[in-house]
Design a binder for this molecule. Structure first.
Ligand SMILES: Cc1cc2nc3c(=O)[nH]c(=O)nc-3n(C[C@H](O)[C@H](O)[C@H](O)COP(=O)(O)O)c2cc1C
Length: 194
């Protein structure tokens, strides 16, 4: 077993260790709309739910290499609204594609051919066919880290869901280290083990 003391270890290794040890991470596939009306879609795995009453989620959105805000972060700052689409197996490749750099005036969903449908409470649409989508309003943005990243704290105001997701999460995609992903294939219900 090795140990890496933060501050005395190359930052590249520290980042790699975080990406490879905090796993699997849920993926927020986020739709937003710019002030100009362009729909943006991109994945984020520094993401989790932190309370249920009210339901609150956090997403950490970084900057591009040139120091500018990613479209998702800029759109949330400008409009205060976003939708988190839950990624299932059939969307894995398309979700990864939306992680590539697209200019702000181009819609990833349109370019890649991802069908969208309207949301109930917020302007950004949701991805058609995903097992669940969380409509969110930004409550607060906390700048965090050296970059700094935008830690977006969002309140969930409506949840679209396939009723089957309450019984099983099989087929849902998670993020591992590097470019690796996982898909839920086996679920162990602890009460079944008695
Ligand atoms: C599975 C996956 C997870 C990602 N997670 C994050 C993340 O948590 N934070 C982040 O800033 N970028 C993350 N990225 C990179 C962004 O998706 C990428 O920078 C994207 O181009 C941002 O798009 P936008 O400028 O349209 O918002 C992730 C990419 C992938 C493929």
């Amino acid at each position: 077993m090795k140990v890496a003391k933060v501050g005395e270890t190359d930052q590249k290794l520290i980042s790699k260790l975080i990406f490879n040890t905090v796993v699997p991470r849920p993926i927020a596939w986020i739709t937003t709309v710019s002030n100009e009306g362009v729909v943006n879609l991109a994945p984020f795995s520094f993401y989790n739910a932190v309370t249920t009453k009210p339901p609150i989620v956090v997403v950490s959105i970084g900057k591009r290499k040139d120091g500018t805000r990613k479209d998702t972060g800029r759109n949330i700052r400008e409009t205060g609204e976003f939708v988190i689409n839950v990624v299932s197996e059939e969307f894995l490749n398309k979700m990864v594609e939306t992680g590539n750099d697209f200019p702000p005036e181009e819609s990833e969903a349109e370019k890649i051919g991802i069908a969208l449908e309207p949301s109930l409470m917020v302007k950004p649409p949701r991805v058609k066919g995903v097992p669940a989508a969380l409509e969110c309003r930004c409550q607060e943005i906390v700048e965090i880290g050296d970059t700094p990243m935008d830690l977006v704290i969002g309140e969930v105001v409506a949840i679209h869901y396939e009723p089957s997701i309450l019984e099983t999460q099989k087929g849902i995609v998670g993020r591992l280290g590097g470019k690796r992903y996982c898909i839920v294939r086996e679920e162990i219900n602890i009460s079944d083990l008695d």
